[in-house]
Design a protein around this ligand. Structure first.
Ligand code: MLT
Length: 404
């Protein structure tokens, strides 16, 4: 008799955003007349920039001609895209990353879950609390998170690094020594950031204890303050201890297009074993690359027109972030984030739990947020709002919340 992966049964529920999606769908079905405004999942709403659409159309045309047709793409990604990434995201910032250190993927989510495949199950994992749930759930699926402790709302074998109002939502070094450290800055869900000096301390710490940092920089395009690092490789020694994940979802509106990349530096080794080579093997075995059309779309993001148009979209969303932050502050709410990130982290009023406030907002204002407790125990008492809605909906949502 076959057996299933029993770790799936240990998960306390479904993926956070799937649960919310089902709840909202049920509410909408029960109340078809209500106009729900969705500021829950960080899904973009602006259409693709013209430079990107043109690139996709041209690439589709090439695929229709025998001379320019492409079959399976390279496992690591087409050279034209990796060159654009190296030049646009790294060399432009004085950071030396080689083309062979870039691995193009179909969005950062899969790699943030799959990177665990190249690490031992014996490794001890540290995560921020609250945290993007994929890091936790994917480690749980392979057994690395231990057992779910329902009463405590946490996994038995994870090191949680509390991110609270007191520490500015930026984690301290944990008391217990980790082997793998997941960091995400600008942060999802709190919108917090760390300075370059603080990130350097994390790099120094990881090198000292022999840990690897898995650094999620999906929200890099939203950084507005000068001392916030755009890549972990701005820090000295980071190439020896850090993997970086990037996404086109939020900087170029690719949530429905699917494109991202992971940087695994050559210097990153475990003894003699190169993680770059392990990850290449992983991709060769488990992945067949991203289509030519989509990679061409990605390259167009780095063209002068693509840059200008996508920066305009980022500015549009950050204006929404300002509307949320200022509107809710004026209404007496305690809010943070929304300055270097498209997320606003909101203290729930009147001692409501995260889910109570979620339900209250859905039912009375018809506005969807994401309950902070879904991101970890220290997210309890918070709710996340995203700036990725339309301006009109964002404005309307804040007016509704103000009237409560
Ligand atoms: C989020 O809302 O946190 C993200 O959009 C979810 C995701 O990227 O999977």
């Amino acid at each position: 008799m076959f057996q299933v992966n029993e770790n799936y049964a240990k998960l306390p529920g479904s993926y956070l955003f799937a649960t919310i999606g089902r709840k909202v769908k049920a509410y909408q079905e029960a109340h078809p007349e209500k106009k729900i405004i969705r500021l829950g999942i960080g899904d973009v709403t602006q259409p693709l920039a013209p430079a990107i659409v043109t690139a996709m159309q041209e690439a589709a045309g090439e695929m229709g001609q025998a001379e320019t047709f492409h079959g399976y793409p390279d496992y690591e990604g087409f050279a034209f895209l990796r060159e654009a990434i190296v030049a646009g995201d790294y060399r432009a910032r004085g950071v030396d990353i080689g083309m062979d250190e870039i691995f193009v993927n179909d969005g950062a989510k899969c790699d943030s879950a799959d990177l665990g495949d190249i690490f031992s199950l014996r490794n001890k994992v540290a995560v921020c609390d609250p945290v993007y749930p994929v890091y936790v759930d994917s480690n749980a699926l392979v057994g690395r998170s231990g057992d779910w402790l329902n009463d405590e709302g946490r996994w038995s074998n994870l090191i949680y690094m509390p991110c609270t109002a007191e520490n500015g939502f930026a984690p301290e070094f944990p008391q217990e020594q980790p082997d793998m450290i997941y960091l995400c800055f600008p942060n999802n869900p709190t919108g917090a950031t760390v300075t370059k000096d603080r990130l350097q301390e994390w790099v120094d710490y990881a090198r000292k204890i022999g840990a690897v940092i898995i650094y999620d920089a999906a929200y890099e395009a939203y950084i507005s303050e000068p001392d916030v690092p755009h890549t972990i490789y701005e820090c000295e020694g980071a190439k020896e201890c850090a993997i970086e994940m990037r996404s086109f979802s939020k900087n170029a509106g690719f949530t429905g297009v699917r494109l991202g990349f992971t940087v695994v530096p050559r210097e990153l080794k475990c003894g003699d074993v190169s993680l770059n080579q392990l990850w290449l093997k992983h991709q060769e075995i488990k992945f067949n690359g991203v289509s030519y059309v989509i990679q061409k779309a990605g390259a167009a993001v780095y063209s002068p027109e693509g840059r200008a148009q996508t920066q305009e979209q980022v500015a549009y969303y950050m204006n929404n972030a300002r509307v949320i932050r200022e509107g809710l502050s004026a209404a007496g709410y305690t809010v943070s984030g929304g300055v270097n990130a498209p997320y606003i982290w909101l203290r729930t009023p009147k001692g409501m739990s995260s889910w109570e406030f979620f339900d209250y907002l859905l039912e009375t204002a018809n506005v969807v947020g994401t309950p902070g407790s879904g991101f970890g125990p220290h997210g309890e008492g918070y709710l996340r709002l995203t700036a990725f809605g339309s301006y009109e909906n964002t404005l309307a949502a804040i007016e509704r919340i103000k009237k409560l």
